[in-house]
Write a protein that binds this ligand. Sequence first.
Ligand code: MG
Length: 254
Amino acid sequence: MKYPILLTALFAGSFFMANAQTAKPEDTETWTPIPKVVTPGKTCGDAPSDAIILFDGKNLDEWVQNNDKSPAKWDVHDGILTVNKNYGNIETKRTFTNYQLHIEWRVPADIEGSGQGRGNSGIFLASLGKGDAGYELQVLDSYNNKTYVNGMAGSLYKQAIPLANPGKKPGEWQTYDVVWTAPAFNEDGSVKTPAKATVFFNGVVVENGFELFGPTLYIGKPVYQKHGASPIKLQAHGDKSKPLSFRNIWIREI
Ligand code: MG
């Protein structure tokens, strides 16, 4: 029985040799579409050449109040933007679908309070209307400040616990870099693909392609509802602690 096995082996060997001769490296090379050339910023926080600048320290031209779409009334001073809790949330004039977002935030050095009442704000990666409707990436002082882990800085509020806590002390600037993929819906309103978020917090990955269960809810379980392109919204949280500040906000559509 050894002879037929040898013949089979010889036949198989010649087949693979013939196949290797026909297959070429070019067969598996992809040449188009050519990715756009983009000049990166000098440091990782600087906006690259194709970014839309949402806040550069000068004005709130890209923003409106969330409740009535009037000009945004938060405080711009010394190149930074500070939450004004008297006026509520603000949101971008523009709407977005899939994007890369950079935003920097700072909890006041003399922050008081505890848990969710200590430097609370938030970035609604897609606003779905007034108030806190949307998908919230939590902003909170998470430096020695105990709270539920799916509500700390870097969490997708009440849905995804951050993979690490790279939070800095109050008074220091912190960064979020977010890759957001909006949910897609079928004609009948059912979910085709859920929303997905990757988040770097101070350069550390804290959410890795997390698929959201739906828009953020304070109480209850999230449920998707069909929507299109949405503004990005910043939260004026109702807690009594001193308001946070933001700076250097830019976005690249994907
Ligand atoms: Mg919040």
